[in-house]
Design a protein around this ligand. Sequence first.
Ligand code: B4P
Length: 189
Amino acid sequence: MRIILIGPPGAGKGTQCQRLVNFLQVPHLSTGEMLRDAIKKKTAEGKEASSFMENGQLVPDQLVLGLVTRRLKDQDCRKGCLLDGFPRTINQAEMLDDLLERQAMSVDGVIELSVPQEELVRRMLARKREDDSPEVFAQRIESFKRQTAPLLEYYELKGKLEHVDGLGSADDIFDRVRQAIRAFRRAKR
Ligand code: B4P
């Protein structure tokens, strides 16, 4: 299966994907992780991405698409994958649709993890990642509302969206995520 997780920064996309990897037996593609890795390795892409990430902005679509395109060509992605934090703009979603279509593939389902802003801030303060200062985090929430939230309607109109309440223990949320996966499986039959 090919599943996308969408949610504001700190919603727990990465946390749920770690559990889903075992459940679905497909690789986890996190664009946030790919970008942090590129920055650590000081690649040209990492150098370009760092100033955007430091300011809580989305990195340019073409840069992210390049990373995802390369990864999706790997053999382990043939049977499916978890897309964590990608797409994050309508443009990225359209580019992903084109990319998958050329390989006779498609997205099976999209999970929206929703978490109230006060809880996101609480989690961010507990996590202490480099791009988690309160100012940068506020900017990332803004980017989510402006650039990523419109994707929910994009996938809703395609009949591919399931909403999941992202409040509670990670295990309880995972139960809800599995229910969403069951709905995608039923729709596929
Ligand atoms: P990401 O790495 O995707 O970061 P995120 O949205 O903050 O994380 P996530 O929702 O996965 O939260 P997590 O599980 O860690 O992106 C970072 C940056 O990269 C972006 O701001 C952007 O600049 C750039 N980027 C990435 N993709 C891009 C794209 N496609 N286009 C352009 N730019 C892109 O959970 C957060 C914390 O909460 C953790 O500490 C966790 O332990 C805790 N937590 C999780 N579940 C919990 C629960 N149920 N209860 C309590 N705490 C919980």
